[in-house]
Design a protein around this ligand. Structure first.
Ligand code: PBG
Length: 330
C-alpha cells in the first residue's frame, strides 16, 4: 500500500525564493543574448518593421550608438543583416566593402572594440530573386539554387566582413560545404582569427515570415525547401551538425528555437562545440501580438521562453527580445 504521507516531498525545495534559487538548474544572463540588427544602405532614420513591433531597420549612422548601448547592457553580442541599395541576380551587394554591413561593423568596432560583432552571411537580402544562392536552370524546367557557384560568393562576402572587423562569420544559407569554403578563404587571407558560427541546423520554417519583411528577402518564386531542412526531420539535424563540425565550424546553431527544442537537446548531446539557438522573428511576433492583446504577460513569457531554450542546451540565444530581457535581468 502506498503511504498516505509520502516521504518524498519535492515541495520542500520550493518553499522560499532562497531555496528555489539554490536548486535552480539553469541561468539566464544578458551575456547569453545576441541581438539581431538590420542595417540599411539608404535610410537616414530608423524605419519600424510592421511585422515585428519594437524592431526597426536602422541607418548605418546608428551603428556606433547601438554598439555602445549593447556593451552597457552587457549583451553577448550583435548579429548584423544588410539591406543594400540595389539587388541583382548574383547578389553582388553581399561582397561590397562599402555595403551597410561592413560600414556598420567598422563603426561598431571603433565605438566598442570588445563587443562581439557577428555578420550573417547569405545572399538572399542581396539577390533580386530573394533566394539564398545563385540560380541555374533546373533539370525539370524553371530555375534552382546552384550549390557550388554560391560557395564562392559566400566565401568572398565572409572575407569582406572579417576584414571590416567581424569577430564571427555566421553563414545562414544552407549550401553544402560552405563552412569549409569560408574557412579556407579566411585562413588564406590572414583571417584565421575570425570564428565561424554555422547555422548548421536550419529548417524551412513558417516562423521566418516577419523577418522577410524586416530584411526584405522573401523569395520571388518557389520556397526554400530545396536547401533548408524539412521540419519533420530530427536525425538529419545530427548529420548536418556533424558535417559542419568536420568542416571546421567553431560554433553551431539550431534555428528556429521553440518548436525545435528536442533538436537543440539532441545536438547538444552530440557536440561539445558552443551551441547557439535562434529565437526567430515569428516566435518574437507571437509573444508581442499576444501581449499587445492582453493575452499574456510579456516579461514572464519572454524570460520563460529564453530560460527554456537555455535548459534545452543553448549556450547563447539570438533574439529580438535581447534588449528588453537584458533590462529585466538587470
Ligand atoms: C536568411 C535568413 C533568414 C533568417 C535569418 N537568416 C530567413 C530565411 O531563411 O528565410 C530568419 C530569421 C528570423 O526569422 O528571425 N538569410
Amino acid at each position: 500500500m502506498r503511504a498516505v504521507f509520502p516521504t518524498h516531498r519535492p515541495r520542500r525545495l520550493r518553499h522560499s525564493p532562497g531555496i528555489r534559487a539554490l536548486v535552480r538548474e539553469t541561468t539566464l544572463a544578458p551575456n547569453d543574448l545576441v541581438l539581431p540588427l538590420f542595417f540599411s544602405a539608404t535610410l537616414t532614420a530608423p524605419q519600424p518593421v510592421r511585422t515585428m513591433p519594437g524592431v526597426s531597420q536602422l541607418p548605418v549612422s546608428a551603428a556606433a550608438g547601438v554598439a555602445r548601448e549593447a556593451r552597457a547592457l552587457g549583451l553577448g553580442g550583435l548579429i548584423l543583416f544588410g539591406l543594400p541599395e540595389k539587388k541583382d541576380e548574383r547578389g553582388s551587394g553581399a561582397t561590397d566593402p562599402e555595403g551597410p554591413v561592413p560600414r556598420a561593423i567598422r563603426a561598431m568596432k571603433e565605438a566598442a572594440p570588445d563587443l562581439v560583432v557577428m555578420a550573417d552571411v547569405c545572399v538572399d537580402e542581396y539577390t533580386d530573386h530573394g533566394h539564398c544562392g545563385l540560380l541555374k536552370p533546373a533539370r525539370g524546367g524553371g530555375m534552382e539554387v546552384d550549390n557550388d557557384s554560391t560557395l564562392e560568393v559566400l566565401a568572398a562576402a565572409s572575407l569582406v566582413y572579417a576584414e571590416a572587423g567581424a569577430d564571427v562569420i555566421a553563414p545562414s544559407d544552407m549550401m553544402d560545404g560552405r563552412v569549409a569554403a569560408i574557412r579556407k578563404a579566411l585562413d588564406g587571407d590572414g583571417r584565421s582569427d575570425a570564428a565561424i558560427l554555422s547555422y548548421a541546423v536550419k529548417y524551412a520554417s513558417g516562423f521566418y515570415g516577419p523577418f522577410r519583411e524586416a530584411a526584405d528577402c522573401a523569395p520571388k518564386f518557389g520556397d526554400r525547401a530545396g536547401y533548408q531542412m524539412d521540419p519533420a526531420n530530427g536525425r538529419e539535424a545530427l548529420r548536418e551538425a556533424r558535417l559542419d563540425e568536420e568542416e571546421g565550424a567553431d560554433m553551431l546553431m539550431v534555428k528556429p528555437g521553440l518548436p525545435y527544442l528536442d533538436v537543440v537537446a539532441a545536438v547538444r548531446a552530440q557536440s561539445t562545440l558552443p551551441l547557439g539557438v535562434y529565437n526567430v522573428s515569428g516566435e518574437y511576433a507571437m509573444i508581442k501580438a499576444a501581449a499587445r492583446e492582453g493575452m499574456i504577460d510579456e516579461k514572464r513569457a519572454v524570460l520563460e521562453a529564453l530560460t527554456c531554450i537555455r535548459r534545452a542546451g543553448a549556450d547563447f540565444i539570438l533574439t529580438y527580445h535581447a534588449v528588453d530581457a537584458a533590462k529585466w535581468l538587470g
